[in-house]
Design a protein around this ligand. Structure first.
Ligand SMILES: C[S@@+](CC[C@H](N)C(=O)[O-])C[C@H]1O[C@@H](n2cnc3c(N)ncnc32)[C@H](O)[C@@H]1O
Length: 282
Protein backbone atom coordinates (compact mmCIF):
# COMPACT_ATOMS: atom_id res chain seq x y z
CA UNK A 1 0.00 0.00 0.00
CA UNK A 2 1.29 3.44 -0.94
CA UNK A 3 2.00 5.89 1.87
CA UNK A 4 -0.63 8.29 0.51
CA UNK A 5 -3.28 5.55 0.72
CA UNK A 6 -2.14 4.59 4.22
CA UNK A 7 -2.50 8.22 5.30
CA UNK A 8 -6.10 8.38 4.03
CA UNK A 9 -7.09 5.35 6.14
CA UNK A 10 -5.05 6.48 9.13
CA UNK A 11 -6.78 9.89 9.18
CA UNK A 12 -10.23 8.39 8.61
CA UNK A 13 -9.82 5.94 11.50
CA UNK A 14 -8.41 8.62 13.78
CA UNK A 15 -11.36 10.91 13.04
CA UNK A 16 -14.03 8.24 13.20
CA UNK A 17 -12.94 6.00 16.08
CA UNK A 18 -9.79 7.40 17.69
CA UNK A 19 -7.75 4.43 16.43
CA UNK A 20 -4.23 5.74 15.88
CA UNK A 21 -2.52 3.41 13.39
CA UNK A 22 1.22 3.41 13.04
CA UNK A 23 2.85 2.53 9.75
CA UNK A 24 4.01 -0.86 10.98
CA UNK A 25 0.30 -1.83 10.96
CA UNK A 26 0.05 -1.48 7.16
CA UNK A 27 -0.20 -5.25 6.75
CA UNK A 28 -3.06 -5.43 9.28
CA UNK A 29 -4.82 -2.57 7.51
CA UNK A 30 -4.52 -4.29 4.14
CA UNK A 31 -5.65 -7.69 5.34
CA UNK A 32 -8.69 -6.31 7.15
CA UNK A 33 -9.73 -3.90 4.39
CA UNK A 34 -9.52 -6.28 1.44
CA UNK A 35 -12.85 -7.96 2.31
CA UNK A 36 -14.45 -4.50 2.68
CA UNK A 37 -13.21 -3.47 -0.79
CA UNK A 38 -14.57 -6.72 -2.20
CA UNK A 39 -17.97 -6.20 -0.53
CA UNK A 40 -18.24 -2.69 -2.00
CA UNK A 41 -17.13 -3.78 -5.47
CA UNK A 42 -13.68 -2.13 -5.56
CA UNK A 43 -11.14 -4.35 -7.34
CA UNK A 44 -8.25 -2.84 -5.33
CA UNK A 45 -7.70 -0.93 -2.10
CA UNK A 46 -6.37 2.00 -4.16
CA UNK A 47 -9.76 2.26 -5.89
CA UNK A 48 -11.50 2.27 -2.52
CA UNK A 49 -9.13 5.07 -1.43
CA UNK A 50 -10.20 7.07 -4.47
CA UNK A 51 -13.84 6.64 -3.46
CA UNK A 52 -12.97 7.88 0.04
CA UNK A 53 -11.35 10.97 -1.42
CA UNK A 54 -14.67 11.84 -3.11
CA UNK A 55 -17.99 11.78 -1.23
CA UNK A 56 -17.96 8.33 0.38
CA UNK A 57 -21.05 6.44 1.44
CA UNK A 58 -21.46 6.50 5.23
CA UNK A 59 -21.94 2.71 5.06
CA UNK A 60 -18.48 2.30 3.57
CA UNK A 61 -16.87 4.38 6.31
CA UNK A 62 -18.75 2.37 8.89
CA UNK A 63 -17.55 -0.92 7.37
CA UNK A 64 -13.93 0.32 7.42
CA UNK A 65 -14.21 1.31 11.09
CA UNK A 66 -15.88 -2.01 11.99
CA UNK A 67 -13.22 -3.97 10.12
CA UNK A 68 -10.45 -2.27 12.08
CA UNK A 69 -11.89 -2.81 15.56
CA UNK A 70 -10.22 -5.51 17.63
CA UNK A 71 -12.84 -7.36 19.64
CA UNK A 72 -10.58 -9.66 21.65
CA UNK A 73 -12.17 -10.35 25.06
CA UNK A 74 -13.01 -13.15 27.47
CA UNK A 75 -15.07 -13.90 30.56
CA UNK A 76 -13.54 -12.55 33.81
CA UNK A 77 -10.58 -11.31 31.73
CA UNK A 78 -7.42 -10.76 33.82
CA UNK A 79 -9.18 -11.91 37.02
CA UNK A 80 -7.86 -9.18 39.30
CA UNK A 81 -10.35 -6.40 38.39
CA UNK A 82 -13.23 -8.77 39.15
CA UNK A 83 -11.63 -9.64 42.48
CA UNK A 84 -11.35 -5.90 43.26
CA UNK A 85 -14.97 -5.51 42.14
CA UNK A 86 -16.20 -8.23 44.50
CA UNK A 87 -13.93 -7.62 47.48
CA UNK A 88 -13.36 -3.87 47.45
CA UNK A 89 -15.82 -1.96 45.28
CA UNK A 90 -19.05 -3.83 46.02
CA UNK A 91 -18.75 -3.94 49.82
CA UNK A 92 -18.11 -0.16 49.79
CA UNK A 93 -21.05 0.57 47.48
CA UNK A 94 -23.35 -1.86 49.32
CA UNK A 95 -22.77 0.23 52.42
CA UNK A 96 -22.86 3.73 50.93
CA UNK A 97 -25.83 3.08 48.59
CA UNK A 98 -27.79 1.05 51.17
CA UNK A 99 -30.59 3.61 51.35
CA UNK A 100 -31.12 4.10 47.60
CA UNK A 101 -30.41 0.40 46.82
CA UNK A 102 -29.31 1.45 43.37
CA UNK A 103 -26.14 0.46 41.53
CA UNK A 104 -25.15 1.69 38.08
CA UNK A 105 -22.26 0.22 36.10
CA UNK A 106 -20.98 1.31 32.69
CA UNK A 107 -18.91 -1.03 30.59
CA UNK A 108 -17.52 1.36 27.99
CA UNK A 109 -16.02 -0.93 25.33
CA UNK A 110 -17.95 -4.10 25.89
CA UNK A 111 -17.13 -6.02 22.71
CA UNK A 112 -19.05 -9.32 22.45
CA UNK A 113 -20.41 -9.03 25.99
CA UNK A 114 -18.15 -11.25 28.09
CA UNK A 115 -17.10 -8.32 30.32
CA UNK A 116 -20.57 -6.95 31.21
CA UNK A 117 -21.94 -10.48 31.55
CA UNK A 118 -19.07 -11.41 33.89
CA UNK A 119 -20.09 -8.45 36.06
CA UNK A 120 -23.76 -9.48 35.88
CA UNK A 121 -22.89 -13.08 36.85
CA UNK A 122 -20.71 -11.85 39.73
CA UNK A 123 -23.57 -9.64 40.93
CA UNK A 124 -26.09 -12.46 40.65
CA UNK A 125 -23.81 -14.65 42.76
CA UNK A 126 -23.56 -11.86 45.36
CA UNK A 127 -27.26 -11.03 45.30
CA UNK A 128 -27.85 -12.15 48.92
CA UNK A 129 -25.71 -9.13 49.88
CA UNK A 130 -27.86 -6.82 47.75
CA UNK A 131 -31.49 -7.84 48.39
CA UNK A 132 -34.04 -5.86 46.33
CA UNK A 133 -31.39 -3.66 44.75
CA UNK A 134 -31.90 -2.07 41.35
CA UNK A 135 -28.83 -2.96 39.32
CA UNK A 136 -28.21 -1.41 35.92
CA UNK A 137 -25.35 -2.43 33.66
CA UNK A 138 -24.94 -0.34 30.52
CA UNK A 139 -22.64 -1.92 27.94
CA UNK A 140 -21.53 0.26 25.04
CA UNK A 141 -19.29 -0.20 22.01
CA UNK A 142 -18.65 1.53 18.69
CA UNK A 143 -19.50 -1.60 16.70
CA UNK A 144 -23.18 -2.29 15.95
CA UNK A 145 -22.27 -5.75 14.73
CA UNK A 146 -20.51 -6.78 17.94
CA UNK A 147 -23.30 -5.29 20.07
CA UNK A 148 -25.90 -7.39 18.26
CA UNK A 149 -23.80 -10.48 18.84
CA UNK A 150 -23.36 -9.52 22.50
CA UNK A 151 -27.08 -9.02 23.09
CA UNK A 152 -27.77 -12.58 21.87
CA UNK A 153 -25.56 -14.00 24.62
CA UNK A 154 -24.54 -17.04 22.54
CA UNK A 155 -20.99 -18.28 22.82
CA UNK A 156 -18.85 -21.02 21.32
CA UNK A 157 -17.23 -23.78 23.33
CA UNK A 158 -13.90 -21.97 22.87
CA UNK A 159 -15.34 -18.70 24.25
CA UNK A 160 -16.90 -20.26 27.34
CA UNK A 161 -13.70 -22.17 28.06
CA UNK A 162 -11.78 -18.91 28.37
CA UNK A 163 -12.10 -17.61 31.93
CA UNK A 164 -15.53 -18.92 32.86
CA UNK A 165 -15.48 -21.33 35.85
CA UNK A 166 -17.26 -24.55 34.92
CA UNK A 167 -19.78 -24.29 37.78
CA UNK A 168 -20.88 -20.87 36.45
CA UNK A 169 -21.12 -22.29 32.93
CA UNK A 170 -23.39 -25.07 34.19
CA UNK A 171 -25.46 -22.68 36.30
CA UNK A 172 -26.07 -19.87 33.79
CA UNK A 173 -25.70 -21.37 30.28
CA UNK A 174 -27.59 -24.02 28.30
CA UNK A 175 -26.12 -25.90 25.40
CA UNK A 176 -28.00 -25.13 22.19
CA UNK A 177 -26.66 -26.86 19.04
CA UNK A 178 -22.96 -25.98 18.92
CA UNK A 179 -23.30 -22.85 21.11
CA UNK A 180 -23.86 -22.04 24.77
CA UNK A 181 -26.87 -19.79 25.42
CA UNK A 182 -26.65 -17.43 28.41
CA UNK A 183 -29.67 -17.44 30.71
CA UNK A 184 -32.22 -14.64 30.33
CA UNK A 185 -31.88 -13.81 34.06
CA UNK A 186 -28.31 -12.60 33.31
CA UNK A 187 -28.92 -11.16 29.84
CA UNK A 188 -31.74 -8.99 31.14
CA UNK A 189 -29.35 -7.30 33.60
CA UNK A 190 -27.36 -5.74 30.73
CA UNK A 191 -28.48 -3.06 28.27
CA UNK A 192 -26.42 -2.73 25.08
CA UNK A 193 -26.14 0.62 23.34
CA UNK A 194 -23.94 2.01 20.56
CA UNK A 195 -21.58 4.69 21.78
CA UNK A 196 -18.40 6.02 20.21
CA UNK A 197 -16.06 7.07 23.00
CA UNK A 198 -14.65 9.94 20.96
CA UNK A 199 -18.09 11.42 20.35
CA UNK A 200 -20.45 13.37 22.55
CA UNK A 201 -21.42 11.30 25.61
CA UNK A 202 -23.37 14.00 27.40
CA UNK A 203 -26.68 12.15 27.28
CA UNK A 204 -25.25 9.39 29.47
CA UNK A 205 -26.23 9.11 33.11
CA UNK A 206 -24.01 8.98 36.18
CA UNK A 207 -22.39 5.68 37.18
CA UNK A 208 -20.92 4.20 40.34
CA UNK A 209 -18.43 2.11 38.38
CA UNK A 210 -16.94 2.64 34.92
CA UNK A 211 -15.14 -0.28 33.28
CA UNK A 212 -13.12 0.83 30.27
CA UNK A 213 -10.58 -1.85 29.51
CA UNK A 214 -8.35 -2.60 26.56
CA UNK A 215 -9.55 0.13 24.25
CA UNK A 216 -7.42 3.12 25.34
CA UNK A 217 -4.35 1.25 24.07
CA UNK A 218 -5.52 1.97 20.51
CA UNK A 219 -5.74 5.73 21.08
CA UNK A 220 -3.05 8.42 21.12
CA UNK A 221 -2.30 10.35 24.32
CA UNK A 222 -4.58 13.26 23.53
CA UNK A 223 -7.54 10.96 22.81
CA UNK A 224 -6.81 8.88 25.94
CA UNK A 225 -6.88 12.05 28.05
CA UNK A 226 -10.13 13.29 26.50
CA UNK A 227 -11.84 9.91 26.85
CA UNK A 228 -10.77 9.37 30.49
CA UNK A 229 -11.76 12.90 31.46
CA UNK A 230 -15.10 12.71 29.61
CA UNK A 231 -15.89 9.40 31.31
CA UNK A 232 -15.08 10.97 34.67
CA UNK A 233 -17.92 13.43 34.05
CA UNK A 234 -20.21 10.41 34.29
CA UNK A 235 -18.69 8.86 37.39
CA UNK A 236 -20.01 9.63 40.86
CA UNK A 237 -17.51 11.56 43.03
CA UNK A 238 -16.88 8.45 45.13
CA UNK A 239 -17.13 6.09 42.15
CA UNK A 240 -14.51 3.77 40.65
CA UNK A 241 -12.92 3.48 37.24
CA UNK A 242 -11.36 0.26 36.00
CA UNK A 243 -8.81 0.42 33.17
CA UNK A 244 -6.90 -2.36 31.42
CA UNK A 245 -3.73 -3.61 33.10
CA UNK A 246 -1.51 -1.95 30.48
CA UNK A 247 -3.46 1.31 30.35
CA UNK A 248 -1.79 3.47 32.97
CA UNK A 249 -2.92 7.11 32.96
CA UNK A 250 0.56 8.16 34.14
CA UNK A 251 1.65 11.22 32.18
CA UNK A 252 -1.76 11.44 30.51
CA UNK A 253 -4.09 12.79 33.17
CA UNK A 254 -3.72 13.54 36.87
CA UNK A 255 -7.49 13.54 37.41
CA UNK A 256 -7.50 9.90 38.51
CA UNK A 257 -5.36 8.01 41.01
CA UNK A 258 -4.62 4.32 41.24
CA UNK A 259 -5.49 2.35 44.39
CA UNK A 260 -2.59 0.43 45.94
CA UNK A 261 -2.74 -3.33 45.52
CA UNK A 262 -5.67 -3.07 43.11
CA UNK A 263 -4.10 -2.99 39.66
CA UNK A 264 -6.24 -1.17 37.14
CA UNK A 265 -8.54 0.39 39.77
CA UNK A 266 -8.78 4.21 39.88
CA UNK A 267 -10.64 6.90 41.80
CA UNK A 268 -11.02 10.65 41.31
CA UNK A 269 -7.91 12.56 42.37
CA UNK A 270 -10.20 15.20 43.95
CA UNK A 271 -12.70 12.70 45.37
CA UNK A 272 -13.23 11.21 48.83
CA UNK A 273 -11.01 8.17 48.14
CA UNK A 274 -8.04 10.24 46.98
CA UNK A 275 -6.15 9.93 50.27
CA UNK A 276 -6.38 6.15 50.19
CA UNK A 277 -5.05 6.15 46.66
CA UNK A 278 -1.46 6.50 45.59
CA UNK A 279 -0.21 8.66 42.75
CA UNK A 280 -1.38 7.60 39.29
CA UNK A 281 0.64 4.93 37.66
CA UNK A 282 -0.56 1.51 38.75
C1 LIG B 1 -10.18 -5.36 22.74
S1 LIG B 1 -11.87 -5.05 22.96
C2 LIG B 1 -11.98 -4.90 24.71
C3 LIG B 1 -13.20 -5.60 25.26
C4 LIG B 1 -13.31 -5.63 26.78
N1 LIG B 1 -13.38 -4.30 27.33
C5 LIG B 1 -12.14 -6.39 27.38
O1 LIG B 1 -11.26 -5.78 27.97
O2 LIG B 1 -12.12 -7.62 27.26
C6 LIG B 1 -11.96 -3.34 22.42
C7 LIG B 1 -13.38 -2.90 22.06
O3 LIG B 1 -13.37 -1.48 21.93
C8 LIG B 1 -14.27 -1.11 20.91
N2 LIG B 1 -13.93 0.24 20.44
C9 LIG B 1 -12.90 0.63 19.65
N3 LIG B 1 -12.93 1.95 19.44
C10 LIG B 1 -14.00 2.43 20.13
C11 LIG B 1 -14.56 3.71 20.30
N4 LIG B 1 -14.04 4.81 19.72
N5 LIG B 1 -15.67 3.83 21.07
C12 LIG B 1 -16.23 2.74 21.66
N6 LIG B 1 -15.74 1.49 21.52
C13 LIG B 1 -14.64 1.33 20.77
C14 LIG B 1 -14.09 -2.20 19.86
O4 LIG B 1 -15.21 -2.30 19.00
C15 LIG B 1 -13.88 -3.44 20.73
O5 LIG B 1 -15.09 -4.14 20.92
Amino acid sequence: MKLTDFDVYRQLLLDQSGLDLTQDKTYLLESRLKPVAKKWGYPTLEMMTMALNGVPEPGLINDIVEAMTTNETSFFRDGKPFESFEKHILPYLAQTRAKAKNLRIWCAASSSGQEPYSLAIALKELQPQLPNWKIQILATDISEEILQQAAEGRYTQFEVQRGLPVQLLMKYFKQDDDKWQLDESIRSMVTFYRLNLIEDMRKLDMFDIVFCRNVLIYFNEETKRTVIENMLEHMEPDGFMVLGSSESPLGITDKIKGISDHRGLYVRADGPHADAAKATGT
